[in-house]
Design a protein around this ligand. Structure first.
Ligand code: ZN
Length: 282
């Protein structure tokens, strides 16, 4: 196996928006880097404790609700313009900054600096220059060369479905389990069983995750979907690698917080775990 960066080195605009919200609540003192590292997780746990939520360090829907107006609305749910505030504006500012368009501060408030940054990026991408962040601008900000191949796959425009990562009955489903949320499906199979990618996508991260997932592969798919494959004994892909459905991304194991060999499979949309079962083919 080639060395891979740790899974928490993954950069996401939703994580950046989360950091902005946590910082405003004086729970987080780190940088707005979009990486869900130990400081960010700690801040999430602090919030969860304060609000008497299950303390897992993951910013799921309930935790986001606890952020109030800073935890909404979701990026892409509205056209953003001057005067708007919230989660989506913070995520937009982070994307603009990553594309080198500014603004100077990432604070979740759409002011003149953000409007100027939007115009800069629109000009560079050959879009209409209006300083308003609608769907086309957002698409341009989110897409990079490697993402475009996913968006233009034959399945683009159809509802997202996932292949089963392996053939096995499911022992544990999505939802509460022993008073704690279970964010995925468990497939109990022997160590070494190959795990197939759920669909066409690009590997976002592949490596050891210190928060219980063990060896973890995350594949990014179109429309904000991700599939997560946890507790692997070995990893067979590298970050940035395009994959198609069924390609072996690793092998089943019991690394991380696991009581025996199984695959823990998650589907996330815009960072939020959702029940994969209705999305599975077959
Ligand atoms: Zn599980």
């Amino acid at each position: 196996m080639a060395p891979a960066p740790p899974a928490h080195a993954r950069v996401s605009s939703d994580t950046a928006a989360l950091q902005v919200a946590l910082r405003a609540l004086h729970l987080y003192g780190g940088g707005i880097d979009g990486v869900a590292g130990p400081r960010t997780r700690r801040a999430v746990r602090r919030l969860q404790r304060r609000r008497h939520l299950p303390v897992d360090g993951i910013a799921g829907p309930r935790t986001r609700r606890a952020l109030g107006r800073r935890g909404r609305p979701r990026l892409g749910s509205r056209t953003m313009r001057s005067g708007h505030r919230g989660w989506d504006v913070a995520a937009l500012q982070f994307l603009l900054r990553r594309r080198g368009c500014g603004p100077r501060s990432i604070d979740g408030g759409f002011g003149p600096g953000t409007a100027a940054a939007v115009r800069t990026c629109q000009r560079r991408r050959g879009l209409g220059v209006d300083g308003v962040a609608g769907p086309a601008t957002l698409r341009a900000l989110r897409s990079r060369g490697r993402r475009r191949s996913v968006a233009s796959s034959p399945a683009a425009g159809t509802p997202v479905r996932f292949l089963r990562p392996l053939r096995s009955p499911i022992t544990d489903g999505f939802g509460m389990r022993g008073g704690r949320p279970h964010h995925g499906l468990d497939f109990p199979v022997p160590t070494g069983t190959p795990v197939g990618a759920g669909g066409v996508g690009v590997v976002r991260s592949a490596g050891y995750n210190a928060f219980g997932y063990g060896n973890l592969v995350i594949v990014g798919h179109r429309l904000g979907f991700e599939s997560w494959y946890a507790h692997l004994s070995s990893v067979a892909v590298l970050p940035g690698q395009p994959v198609s459905g069924g390609v072996t991304i690793g092998r089943v194991g019991s690394t991380g917080r696991s009581t025996g060999p199984h695959l823990h499979f998650e589907v996330r949309r815009h960072g939020t775990p959702i029940d994969p079962l209705p999305l599975l083919l077959g």
